[in-house]
Write a protein that binds this ligand. Structure first.
Ligand code: BJW
Ligand code: ZN
Length: 265
């Protein structure tokens, strides 16, 4: 695999070096090199399951067992995945002296794991992401306010096996955001605040097809900041990017960020 254009890499490093505050928006592509399947494209999750079929409240009402089976398959896959050099470079950026904040659409928890590893015995919180679409390792009640972290395997073979709320006995569901559902308003407004106040938005590994997440980098640009995109292919945001670095984020992000002036050290 050839690397990104050297001139583009230099220009992107220059923009990062000039930026006082940085917003990072990530999508499924940043976890691809960890082994987490993306949603769209050749090897995307949706090849055999359409989102309308499985990632909607309607689908869960119609066939909760099928939806849980799909999530349990993904949870099992993701449990075996570890952060890759892209997650690690972003965690170091966010823990460094620059004001950088990670906003992610991913539900896999890999940014958090990278933050904890990079922080060692220190405080990981500056590198903990704003998770726009929730977490695949939390469950919540379909009826009451019960919500809890849950990493262990779940039984999904029959409807009777499905997890139930210990408070009200209603079905539990994955604590993720499905199509047609509102994102957590506090997390969303914090993400847009971070984007508006950023001098630069670094967008990595997202097809930028799903809103409102895909509008986050636009807030930076509309407020006068710039955008740098890292993705093997064009997206609807590409025409707004000052620089587009073509290639896998696990290779490009360390080249871009582990460089004295762009990391701010
Ligand atoms: C690599 C790589 C490598 C590969 N390195 N890169 C405005 C316009 C049109 C529609 C709407 C709009 N606003 C809202 C909507 C409707 C809808 C929407 O956006 N629809 C569009 C699809 C048309 N949005 C919603 O419904 C949202 N809710 C909402 O708006 O509510 C309004 C409301 C208000 C008040 C009351 C009620 C409602 C909710 C959206 C929820 C999305 N949920 C999912 C599932 C999460 C749970 C789960 O994981 O199962 O989120 S769908 C799925 O898509 C998931 C992802 O986070 C999201 C984005 O996907 P992502 O991350 O971009 O992945 P891919 O696969 O698409 O792309 C991967 C990219 O990586 C590609 O570009 C590759 O090239 C690249 N890549 N390898 C770097 N190594
Ligand atoms: Zn309940």
């Amino acid at each position: 695999m050839t690397g990104p254009d050297v001139g583009d890499l230099e220009r992107a490093r220059g923009l990062l070096a000039e930026a006082g505050t940085i917003c990072v928006l990530t999508g499924a592509g940043v976890s691809a090199e960890s082994g987490v399947p993306t949603f769209r494209g050749e090897s995307g999750l949706w090849k055999s399951h359409s989102p309308e079929e499985l990632a909607t409240p309607h689908a869960f009402r119609r066939d909760p067992r099928l939806v849980w089976e799909w999530y349990e398959w993904r949870r099992q896959k993701i449990r075996e995945c570890r952060p890759n050099p892209g997650h690690e470079a972003l965690a170091r950026l966010a823990l460094g002296p620059r004001r950088a904040r990670i906003v992610t659409q991913n539900v896999d928890g890999l940014h958090e794991e990278a933050a904890r590893t990079a922080a060692g015995s220190g405080d990981p919180s500056p590198a903990l992401p704003l998770e726009l679409h929730g977490s695949i390792f939390r469950v919540r009640c379909t009826s009451c306010a019960y919500r809890v972290s849950h990493r262990h395997p779940l039984q999904t073979e029959t409807r009777e096996d499905l997890p139930r709320c210990p408070v009200c006995s209603a079905l539990l569901r994955p604590d993720v955001v499905w199509f047609g559902e509102a994102l957590d308003p506090e997390i969303l407004s914090e993400a847009f605040r971070v984007a508006r106040e950023a001098d630069l938005c670094l967008v990595a590994g997202t097809s930028a097809l799903v809103h409102p997440a895909a509008s986050v980098p636009m807030a930076t640009v509309e407020a006068g900041g710039s955008m740098v995109e890292v993705n093997p292919t064009d997206t609807p945001l590409t025409h707004m990017a000052r620089v587009s670095l073509r290639g896998p984020s696990g290779e490009i992000l360390p080249q871009l960020l582990d460089w004295p002036e762009s990391s701010g050290t």
